[in-house]
Structures are given as structure tokens and as C-alpha cells.
Design a protein around this ligand. Structure first.
Ligand SMILES: [Zn+2]
Length: 391
């Protein structure tokens, strides 16, 4: 979630746990050193979304979605795992990189009925304040049923936190060489956040301590990373930053404010920078502030989006918003169009087979390892027929 500041929490902020920025990069040469440093690192991008109609309670209690997108160079590289390659595998073409990405999307069961069409928070409505001044309604941002990169799974909050802990733990020992296993070594894992404030707080509230998860797992706040700070002169909004790197594609493109779409965009943004092929390209983006051309998103399986949109709860007379704010009208119309004609009208290389469980998080693309095994993933009952909570 990219905090707008308007509905930020008044809760006590845990200042004890904050994710640092990735190592400083000031030049194209510096970018190469950085690339070399992460050539065997698992990059795991994480984003949480929250409901906005309640203000009280912890951030964890308000968490409504978990989005995860994972890139493991050992799933891309042609050299055997663990072997030091003289050519960093990030030099592979960008599309090869993104095709090895694995994404997961969890909708928190307690809030599964709360969507952009059912949320009844008063600030979404146009209104007149006490002084008689017209106040335009603020749009509801989270888009829980718009995940484009993984089939959504509904889990109760506690179950989802346990799933996340298990996933992170499994990454630390993913694709180890025999020698590494023997020595009890672990993979280097870097969690990527965009403005880590909310994610740091939720990790803290959920009792996910990275030192207990693994020996070499750490969070990075990408928004604070020097290239982004230089390009945008401070803290950039995620959408602006990712669009500048072309990773949101061309219209119809990525629907942001869905936890996994956001997490995937974060990951693609970093990979796109790492795949910068020349100093000219780097300087064009960083110094001349010219956006990189949009990437093709034709590798996304459009049936994923159709599936998730179809999971969204029916809007009934009970949960329908009493009045739609004007500012949200565009979104609403767009959503209805998307519902009829899901975006990403492209072919797909990894069709979902009929016998797959809808609720099972799956990779965007077929991966060379069994991700269920690799991530300790268990099948979870799809409870999407139930419409509960959040009213
Ligand atoms: Zn709302």
C-alpha cells in the first residue's frame, strides 16, 4: 500500500524496526557493482493492503491483502545453482527475468467482503461540511479482486501470517547446492518494500522477526534507494516511479493498489533498472528524467485476472454503497469494463490447467521447481462464496 497520508494510522509507530534502503548506487558503474552483489540473491517483493473504513485497531487487524512477488536468480541462470558465474545472470534479457517470477496473492478472510464497490466509509461520499463547504468524496483505493499475477487465495488473518512466515523461511533454503545444505548455509534473501512503514509495522505486530526467519534475510525500502531519490528528488509515489520505468505496461495496464500487482511492479521496477543495458539508457532515465518505454505485458495469463474478478462479492442492496462519489466514478466505470473485458488481451504461455485448485497460489509462469514443495504451500479451501466481515 502506498500511504496517501490522508488516512494514515495514529497508532504508536514501532520505530525499532525499519527497513534500510538498498546499498547506495550513484552511477552506472555503481549499478553494475550492485547487480554483482545481488546476482545470487532472492528478491522477494512484499506489499500489504488495508481496509480504510475502520481507523481503530492495529495495522495488522486492518490488513486486508498480502501480495508477494519473488525472483530467484537460480531459477533463471543457466549455470548450475551455487556456481559462481562470471556473467551476472541479470544480464539475461529482461523478459527472461520476469518470466521466472513467482507471485502469490492472499485476501484476508475477515475482510473478504470489503471492496471498492462495497466499502461504505463516509469519506467516499461527496458531502457538505458544517460550514456549508462542498467536500468531494475520496476514492477507495484497495482493489482486492483485481490481482493480475496470481490466483487469489482467501485465508483467515492468523493462517495468512503463518503462511507468510513459512514462505519466507522456505526461501532461505530454496535451491541449495548439496554443499550448501551440508554446511547448513542459507540463501541471501532481500525483501523489497515501497515505503516500508506499513510493512515494517505489520511484521512487528505479527511477530515476524527476520533474524528468527533466517541468517541472511533483510528488508529493503526501495523508495529510499538512491536512484529513486535522485530521479524524483525525494520520496516518489510508487505509481510514478514504476511508470517511469515502463513496468506498468501500456493501457490496459497494471491495476495498482492490489497487493500483488503493487508487489510485482516493485520487483519489476528493480529488475528493469538492473537490466539497464547502457549508460545512455541509465542517464536518460536518471538524469534527463525521460521515462523508459513501456514493457509488453503479454506474458501475463489473462485468465488469472478473469478468475479473480469473478471471485469478488456480489454487490447487494445491503452492501452497496449508498452513493458513489464522483471522484470514484471513473474507477467504477473502468472496473465494470474490466469485469466484462479483462485487461491484458494477450496470449499466454503458461495456461492454467482445469485440474488446478483455484485457491492455490501459483507462479505467473511455470517454474523449473515445484513451488508448492519449495514454499511449503498447502492447499487452502476457497471460501470465496462466503461473504462475511467488513460490513
Ligand atoms: Zn473504503
Amino acid at each position: 500500500m502506498y500511504p496517501s497520508g490522508e488516512y494514515s494510522s495514529d497508532d504508536e509507530v514501532s520505530k525499532a524496526v525499519t527497513s534500510p534502503a538498498p546499498p547506495v548506487v550513484l552511477s552506472f558503474q555503481g549499478l553494475f557493482s550492485f547487480k554483482d552483489g545481488v546476482k545470487d540473491t532472492i528478491l522477494c517483493s512484499i506489499d500489504f493492503e488495508q481496509v480504510d473504513h475502520v481507523r481503530q485497531g492495529t495495522d495488522l487487524a486492518r490488513m486486508s491483502e498480502i501480495g508477494v512477488a519473488i525472483y530467484d536468480p537460480r531459477l533463471v541462470r543457466s549455470t548450475p545453482p551455487g556456481e559462481t558465474s562470471t556473467t551476472p545472470n541479470l544480464n539475461e534479457t529482461f523478459i527472461q527475468l520476469v518470466r521466472s517470477m513467482i507471485a502469490y496473492h492472499i485476501i484476508i478472510g475477515e475482510w473478504q467482503g470489503m471492496t471498492e464497490n462495497t466499502c461504505r466509509a463516509f469519506w467516499h461520499k461527496d458531502r457538505t461540511n458544517r460550514s456549508g463547504m462542498f467536500m468531494r468524496g475520496k476514492a477507495h483505493t484497495a482493489r482486492p479482486y483485481h490481482c493480475q499475477f496470481a490466483r487469489s487465495t482467501i485465508m483467515k488473518r492468523d493462517e495468512a501470517i503463518e503462511w507468510l512466515k513459512k514462505l519466507l523461511k522456505s526461501l532461505t533454503t530454496q535451491i541449495l547446492t548439496a554443499e550448501e545444505s551440508e554446511k547448513g548455509e542459507e540463501r541471501e534473501v532481500r525483501l523489497l518494500f515501497w515505503n516500508s512503514l506499513l510493512e515494517d509495522k505489520i511484521f512487528h505486530e505479527a511477530g515476524i522477526g527476520l533474524p528468527e526467519v533466517g541468517k541472511n534475510i533483510q528488508g529493503w525500502d526501495l523508495q529510499s534507494w538512491m536512484p529513486f531519490r535522485c530521479r524524483f528528488r525525494g520520496q516518489a509515489g510508487g505509481e510514478k516511479a514504476f511508470r517511469s520505468l515502463g513496468v506498468l505496461g501500456t493501457a490496459p495496464d497494471t491495476v495498482l493498489h492490489n497487493a500483488t500487482n503493487d508487489a510485482t511492479s516493485q520487483l519489476l521496477g528493480l529488475l528493469r533498472l538492473l537490466a539497464t543495458s547502457s549508460e545512455d539508457e541509465w542517464e536518460t532515465w536518471l538524469t534527463q528524467k525521460v521515462d523508459l518505454p513501456p514493457i509488453a505485458l503479454d506474458w501475463i495469463d489473462k485468465s488469472i485476472y478473469e478468475h479473480n474478478i469473478n471471485m469478488s462479492p456480489e454487490v447487494t442492496s445491503r452492501n452497496r454503497k449508498s452513493r458513489q462519489p464522483r471522484s470514484n466514478y471513473g474507477n467504477r466505470v473502468q472496473n465494470q469494463q474490466l469485469r466484462r473485458q479483462p485487461s491484458l488481451n494477450n496470449s499466454m504461455n503458461a495456461p492454467i490447467t482445469d485440474n488446478e485448485t483455484d485457491a492455490t497460489p501459483r507462479p505467473i509462469m511455470d517454474s523449473p521447481v515445484d513451488e508448492n514443495e519449495a514454499h511449503g504451500q498447502k492447499e487452502t479451501e476457497n471460501k470465496n462464496q462466503q461473504e462475511s466481515g467488513g460490513s
